[in-house]
Design a protein around this ligand. Structure first.
Ligand SMILES: [Fe+2]
Length: 178
């Protein structure tokens, strides 16, 4: 699902400490972000610090979401992020996030191999995407969910055993490949 987000200029009367987007995590598998027209995106690091993120024109920011966190039993944490107000209030911001969702029939339960790699206990619920609020948007029959083949190495906990998308998604049937 591709979305265009417009953050209008901020009036001078805006309350101190207000944000363009409050801290949150995306519900989908991953979010792909190309360069926005203005800065403001920040992610929360594992050390609890807000880190400004700016993509250059030749970069894509890959943001993990709740569904990938669930599939990997927490090996990949859902990225907490926010959008802060501009330094110059009259600066608008446009961004174009691409939310990658599975089809609704994809089981998002933690994968056995990932449970094994994260201590042997399932720490996230078994469910499919239809049980996640908001996921129905991607599963709507008028807007079929998208399966994207990404040659992406996801693993970093054990460099000798990198994860790939095949580790966390079931093998595609022919009709599932977009
Ligand atoms: Fe978001």
């Amino acid at each position: 699902m591709l979305r265009l987000a417009h953050y209008p200029p901020v009036p001078a009367s805006i309350a101190v400490g207000s944000l363009r987007a409050a801290p949150h995590e995306d519900i989908n598998l991953i979010t792909l972000l190309c360069e926005a027209t203005a800065p403001g995106l920040e992610i929360l690091t594992q050390e609890g610090q807000w880190l400004p993120i700016e993509a250059s024109p030749d970069q894509i920011v890959v943001d993990t979401g709740d569904m990938l966190q669930n599939l990997t039993n927490g090996l990949f944490k859902s990225t907490t992020h926010r959008v802060v107000n501009p330094v110059r209030g009259n600066q608008r911001r446009l961004s174009m996030p691409f939310f990658v969702h599975p089809r609704p029939e994809v089981d998002l339960s933690p994968r056995p191999a990932l449970i094994e790699r994260t201590g042997g206990q399932a720490r996230f619920p078994r469910h499919d995407s239809r049980s996640i609020p908001g996921a129905a948007v991607a599963g709507n029959s008028d807007c079929p969910g998208l399966r994207v083949e990404i040659p992406l190495c996801l693993g970093d906990s054990n460099p000798n055993q990198p994860l790939t998308v095949d580790d966390v998604l079931p093998p595609p049937s022919q009709d599932m490949v977009a």
